[in-house]
Write a protein that binds this ligand. Sequence first.
Ligand SMILES: [Zn+2]
Length: 183
Amino acid sequence: MTFSWTAHRFSGGALALDVANSVILRHDDALRVDRFAVRENWEAFPAAAAKFCAERALFGDMITPTGSNKDGLITLREATDRYFRERVLGGSDELLLVDLLQAVAETLRQPKAVGTLGHATAHSALRLISMPEPERMKICGNCGWLFLDRSKNRSRAWCDMAVCGNRAKASRHYRRRKEEEGT
Ligand SMILES: [Zn+2]
């Protein structure tokens, strides 16, 4: 099956989180998939982000990334995920923040960084570090993606109700039926 970047894959609500979420089931060594490991996927990401990302208005026309700046982007992605995941879980490891800031600095220092996916991602991460109401950042109860809960009463538990909310509901239903059947 060919892969495509759909609106669901931009459920993070911020570019840096959507980039972090390019790893599927990150917490599961056996099932994790890095969508950026396939060249076509990550080359197609900026165009999809320009269409679906909640921050698209901020980054305008992004330069299509080339292979030369991918390594830095992966370092930035991993530092982003580690720091914010820890923060959501209530940790306060200053070194993770240092790592993220360092990855941001290295990205911004790259020649011709302006307009690249890395540049836009770095700025997105900086905005998230100092975001008001940091408690709005959450981890999806189904897939483990990071996302911003912009709902009025901050009650969102899923990155995407239509996908993860329904899956969680279905598996609850399945478990209940199993229990009723006594198996
Ligand atoms: Zn999810």
